[in-house]
Design a protein around this ligand. Structure first.
Ligand SMILES: NC(=O)c1ccc[n+]([C@@H]2O[C@H](COP(=O)([O-])OP(=O)(O)OC[C@H]3O[C@@H](n4cnc5c(N)ncnc54)[C@H](O)[C@@H]3O)[C@@H](O)[C@H]2O)c1
Length: 372
């Protein structure tokens, strides 16, 4: 198969769909890998890294879209890229179609087959191609929160780990899923006094069994949340209710009860955020002040550490990418129901029910589409 990997063109996107290691694996499986010139630069991979791995460097995205059987990307195809997609071409990338009727329409019209990273599943009911980015954002949250807490940035001037004789920062993590667990691990590793809140007793039991000595956990009621948030130096928002906007757990009025200069890192901002005062910010201008409380609300946190994010994503996508290339998408999806769950579009038909429901478009069963 000819596998093409164009440069990402969405603003502020520095990741790349294939690492040199992924390219090497594909070449070892007998495939031809076409990488757009400088596609890996934002993640610290040179064209030479790819040619050493056996890939071919191609000057333009147009040439890649014109010749590749499968396109491997990171972000959803932008309008100019969608125009270049061909019938019988396979697209493997994040799509997030439900809130994006324009993209959905263009993909249907292109006739391509599109498998979305975010809907591929695993045996434990998780989303294995979404989890790496939650891991990155979770581990990054205490790091950016610690920076936000510094006096020069408007913070309280509290050091995460304290020093002998001085108490550490109090960190509260709301939501103990993938983001929250990774955030709590890093905050505890920095020496902070950490408490994780969650609504799932099973999740709390897991956190207690595995991390009971590293950080505390508490059931998330409105009262317990407010109590802990009042005492906190840093609050990390990490809740998710699948398919819904994040619940607003701290109101504007309650914000004034927080310590002056406390830091909020609202990772859940991509679902609207769990503080009433949260609004999305960018890496260029990440923090703002409301009532003396510093807010960090960057919606694409993994972009700050593009190299780590690219490698983490590449590790997760590689086995699926190889299966698709080795067997073709029909056989690969027939063999693996989790990959089949990733099928969103095929030959002008929508094949993912939640997207159909959100956009009012008829859906063809993915298991039927595979046989067409
Ligand atoms: N800003 C970014 O760059 C970025 C990057 C990755 C993920 N995210 C977002 O971070 C959020 C968390 O993602 P995740 O992968 O950890 O999800 P997850 O499903 O693994 O975890 C969410 C947790 O929230 C808990 N929860 C739900 N309601 C709650 C409540 N009222 N109080 C306390 N806990 C509650 C759930 O029980 C679950 O354990 C999502 O909105 C995700 O989109 C943002």
């Amino acid at each position: 198969m000819k596998i093409g990997c164009p440069t990402e063109i969405k603003p502020q996107e520095f990741r790349v769909g294939m690492t040199p290691d992924a390219a090497r694996e594909a070449v070892n499986h007998g495939h031809q890998v076409l990488i757009q010139k400088d596609a890996g630069m934002g993640s610290g991979f040179s064209d030479e890294d790819y040619t050493t791995a056996g890939a071919h460097i191609i000057a333009t995205a147009e040439e890649i879209f014109a010749t590749a059987d499968m396109i491997v990307k990171v972000k959803e195809p932008q309008a100019v890229e969608r125009k270049m997609l061909r019938p019988d071409q396979l697209l493997f990338t994040y799509l997030h179609l439900a809130p994006d009727p324009e993209q959905t329409h263009d993909l249907l019209e292109s006739g391509c087959t599109a498998i979305a990273y975010e809907t591929v599943t695993d045996d434990r009911g998780g989303l294995p191609l979404l989890a790496p980015m939650s891991e990155v954002a979770g581990r990054l949250a205490p790091q950016v929160g610690a920076w936000t807490l510094q006096k020069a940035n408007g913070g309280r001037g509290v050091l995460m780990g304290g020093v002998p004789g001085v108490a550490p920062a109090k960190v509260v993590v709301i939501g103990g899923g993938v983001v929250g667990t990774h955030a709590a691990k890093i905050a505890a590793g920095m020496g902070a006094d950490v408490t994780v809140l969650d609504r799932s007793l099973n999740r709390l039991k897991y956190l207690d069994d595995v991390f009971g000595r590293d950080f505390k956990n508490q059931y998330s009621t409105a009262g317990a949340t407010l109590d802990l948030v009042r005492q906190a130096d840093m609050v990390i928002g990490a809740v998710l209710i699948p398919g819904a906007a994040a619940p607003k757990l701290i109101s504007r009025a309650q914000l004034s009860e927080m310590k002056p200069g406390a830091a909020i890192v609202d990772v859940a901002i991509d679902q609207g955020g769990c503080f009433e005062t949260s609004k999305a910010t960018t890496h260029g201008d990440p923090i703002y002040n409301v009532d003396g409380v510093m807010h960090y609300c960057v919606a694409n946190m993994p972009g700050a550490v593009a190299r780590t994010s690219t490698i983490a994503l590449g590790n997760a996508t590689m086995p699926f990418m190889l299966a698709l290339a080795d067997k073709g998408w029909r056989q690969a999806c027939s063999d693996d129901p989790h990959l089949l769950n990733g099928l969103n579009v095929h030959a002008g038909q929508l094949t993912y029910y939640a997207v159909g429901k959100a956009l009012g478009i008829d859906v063809v069963s993915p298991s039927l589409a595979v046989k067409q």
